[in-house]
Design a protein around this ligand. Structure first.
Ligand code: DQA
Length: 161
C-alpha cells in the first residue's frame, strides 16, 4: 500500500530587517508583523495542501545555508531577500545551485523607489518576481508555487503492504 504522501514543503525565507515588520517604515511595508505574515501563509498553504517552513535571518550566510538545506527536501523556495536582493551574489549562487523553483517576493514596489533597488541579483535565479502587493505577495507566490513545485529528489518513504 502506498501511504498518502506528506504535503510538499515550500521554504519561505525572509532577509534582513524583515523581523521589524509592523514597526519598520509602515507607510512602505505595512502594519502587519512578520508573525502575521507567517500565520497568513500557513493558513493559505493549508488550503493548497502545501506545508511551509517560514524563516527569517539578518545574516547572508544563514540564508545561504537554508537555501542549500532545501535541496532534496523542499519543493520550492519563496524568498524575500530584503536588501540582499540588491547585493548578494552568494544568495543568487545558492539558488542556482539547488535547482529548485524559486519565487522572489517584495512587499514594496522596488521599481518605484530609489534607483539602487531596481536591480536584483536574485531575479536571475527566480522563476518569477512579485512586488508591490504588500504581504499579499506571499499569498500570490504560494498560489504560483502550486504550478511550479516539484516533488523532492529524495521522496518520502513508501510503505509496502
Ligand atoms: C524589500 C525591498 C528591499 O529593497 C528592502 O531592502 C527590504 C524589503 C521589500 O520587501 O519590499 O528590506 O525586500
Amino acid at each position: 500500500m502506498i501511504l498518502p504522501s506528506t504535503p510538499l514543503t515550500i521554504v519561505i525565507l525572509n532577509g534582513p530587517n524583515l523581523n521589524l515588520l509592523g514597526s519598520r517604515q509602515p507607510d512602505i511595508y505595512g502594519r502587519e508583523t512578520l508573525a502575521d505574515v507567517e500565520a497568513a501563509c500557513r493558513r493559505h498553504a493549508q488550503t493548497l495542501g502545501l506545508g511551509i517552513e517560514f524563516r527569517q535571518s539578518n545574516h547572508e550566510g544563514q540564508l545561504v545555508d537554508w537555501i542549500q538545506q532545501a535541496r532534496g527536501r523542499a519543493a520550492g523556495i519563496i524568498i524575500n531577500p530584503g536588501a540582499y536582493t540588491h547585493t548578494s551574489i552568494a544568495i543568487l549562487d545558492a539558488l542556482l545551485a539547488v535547482e529548485l523553483p524559486a519565487i522572489e517576493v517584495h512587499l514594496s514596489n522596488i521599481h518605484q523607489r530609489e534607483p539602487f533597488r531596481r536591480h536584483s541579483y536574485v531575479s536571475q535565479a527566480a522563476r518569477g518576481v512579485i512586488c508591490g502587493f504588500g504581504s499579499h505577495g506571499y499569498i500570490l507566490a504560494l498560489d504560483a508555487m502550486t504550478r511550479l513545485a516539484v516533488a523532492p529528489a529524495t521522496p518520502p518513504d513508501i510503505e509496502e503492504a
